[in-house]
Design a protein. Structure first.
Length: 239
């Protein structure tokens, strides 16, 4: 695999543009001998131990931040825990969103115990597209939205689960999404990937208090899909 794209690096932190399909770190449940892990890949690439500061699901691409020491991790982890880190995502979802800007404020179950935790997601509709192909027998055409998303909380699969509650499934989501839509994108666009990308992140540097802004360009397949839907890749920073 090609070298990881480094978005930012200083004496304390380093950020990469994580490719889709790469796990952040190894887990006991992963049995695939060919699985790739961002922690080990980055350690091998820069010759230094690193510690991930947050999660990014395996099929999600984009900004992933690491600390280079335990002290650097300890200084910034409270900001992640207290939702002081600003993170924005790009996603392609089913249907036209009813509003250009809105919130999804709906608790999500933490695990199989069904204990609910507060969860809040803010979104902005960047663009819309209607294509003359039927993804369902009920309609002669199909509609989609390009969305910027800011999760105010960090629950497991929060973005995918929140949009699924309103049937605005994230395209390519095989866990919470719509398999009819996923199959449609495979057939018509040869796209078999989750269309969710960690686009921007900003935080105040714990050592010098400066504002650090990170931007990860979406992967090639994501940009190609946007072009096929008549959309431009967003370039304006939301931060």
């Amino acid at each position: 695999m090609e070298a990881l794209e480094i978005l930012y690096e200083d004496a304390h932190y380093i950020a990469i543009n994580k490719p889709a399909g790469v796990m952040v770190h190894k887990t006991p449940l992963e049995r695939d001998p060919d699985a790739l892990f961002a922690v080990q890949m980055l350690r091998d690439q820069i010759g230094q131990k690193v510690n991930p500061l947050h999660r990014l699901d395996r099929p999600t691409s984009g900004v992933l931040l690491f600390a280079k020491s335990s002290d650097a991790a300890a200084r910034l982890q409270p900001d992640f825990a207290n939702q002081k880190i600003t993170k924005n995502y790009l996603a392609v979802v089913r249907g036209y969103l009813p509003d250009t800007h809105g919130f999804i404020d709906s608790p999500l179950a933490k695990d199989l115990t069904l204990d609910l935790q507060p969860a809040k997601t803010e979104f902005w509709c960047i663009d819309r597209a209607e294509i003359p192909f039927a993804s369902s027998p009920r309609y002669a055409s199909s509609r989609y939205s390009l969305v910027r998303i800011y999760p105010h909380t960090g629950r497991m699969h929060q973005i995918r689960r929140h949009f699924a509650q309103f049937r605005h499934y994230v395209i390519g989501d095989t866990t919470h999404g719509d398999n009819k839509q996923n199959n449609f994108f495979r057939r018509h666009f040869r796209c078999d990937s989750l269309l969710l990308h960690a686009w921007h992140m900003s935080f105040y540097h714990p050592y010098d208090k400066s504002l650090v802004t990170l931007h990860a360009t979406p992967p090639g397949y994501f940009c190609e899909l946007l072009a096929q839907l008549g959309w431009k890749v967003p370039t304006d920073s939301p931060l």
